[in-house]
Design a protein around this ligand. Structure first.
Ligand SMILES: [Zn+2]
Length: 265
């Protein structure tokens, strides 16, 4: 474990390594326990068990139920992904980012990709993000969180979100040698929120001190980030509180591991 931890620190830095070690430890500690059935039997036993239940929420893995948190690679295909997006009220176009190896030997691409246009929050996205299906599912939930917190803290709706990119075949900027979830289009960097009426709230300069927001914009941004972690909307949420690389955007991704970057690294 210690050796693994040291290796993780080389890859990720102390905070992310600790998060990975914690999830790994908790998944190991549960191995001896007998698995109790947690789901009620489907009313129709003829139903294909692979079918998703209508209205079922697509969640990032919980902090304590990640068994494969050391696997880094393209996301698993999601059964009936495009049907689920339609059910979630997402407007999108089918797209392709074939899984391939680049010149440096990094695997990139996603087995299922879409152009996300809009979701249940009726938010306009800059440059229609091209993302892996898990991110599109997550963005539809993110829109709802954003609108609820905008109403609560700012008294108006968000009409537009500017992002800084999704797919990018590369290693992590902060952790060379480790492949970024951007390589799988499994991540998005969010720069700002524009309210109805035109006021823009950039992440830069509006996050405030973690846990002690002072302005309405700070309360809004911190509430959005907090709920995005707590409600398993995305599995990795990095904010200006995390490190200087993220001072001007929220990095959100659907990695198999979890990182709460609403607090300092
Ligand atoms: Zn990013």
């Amino acid at each position: 474990m210690l050796k693994a931890m040291a290796t993780l620190e080389v890859w990720f830095g102390p905070a992310i390594a600790a998060a990975l070690a914690a999830t790994s430890a908790s998944s190991q500690s549960r191995e001896g326990a007998s698995a109790a059935p947690t789901e009620a039997a489907a009313p129709d036993s003829e139903a294909n068990p692979e079918d998703h239940a209508p209205g079922e929420v697509f969640r990032a893995p919980s902090f304590d139920d990640v068994a494969d948190d050391l696997i880094v690679g393209p996301p698993e295909p999601i059964e009936a992904c495009e049907q689920r997006l339609e059910d979630a009220g997402v407007t999108f176009a089918s797209s392709r980012i074939p899984v391939h190896e680049n010149k440096s030997g990094i695997t990139c691409g996603a087995p299922q990709a879409v152009r996300y246009v809009s979701g249940p929050g009726k938010i306009r996205w800059s440059g229609k993000p091209k993302v892996a299906c898990p991110v599109a599912m997550a963005l539809s939930r993110f829109e709802v969180v954003v609108q609820e917190e905008a109403e609560r803290h700012l008294g108006r709706a968000v009409k537009k979100i500017r992002h800084m990119g999704t797919y990018n075949c590369r290693e992590m900027a902060a952790y060379p040698g480790w492949v970024s979830e951007h390589s799988y289009a499994n991540a998005i960097d969010i720069r700002s929120f524009t309210l109805a009426g035109g006021k823009e709230i950039p992440v830069l300069g509006n996050y405030g001190e973690p846990g002690a927001p002072k302005t309405r914009a700070e309360r809004f941004l911190q509430a959005v980030a907090r709920r995005t972690v707590d409600e398993d909307v995305f599995s990795v949420v990095l904010t200006p509180a995390f490190d200087r690389l993220h001072r001007n955007h929220f990095h959100l991704d659907m990695a198999r591991y979890r990182v709460d970057g609403t607090v300092p690294d």
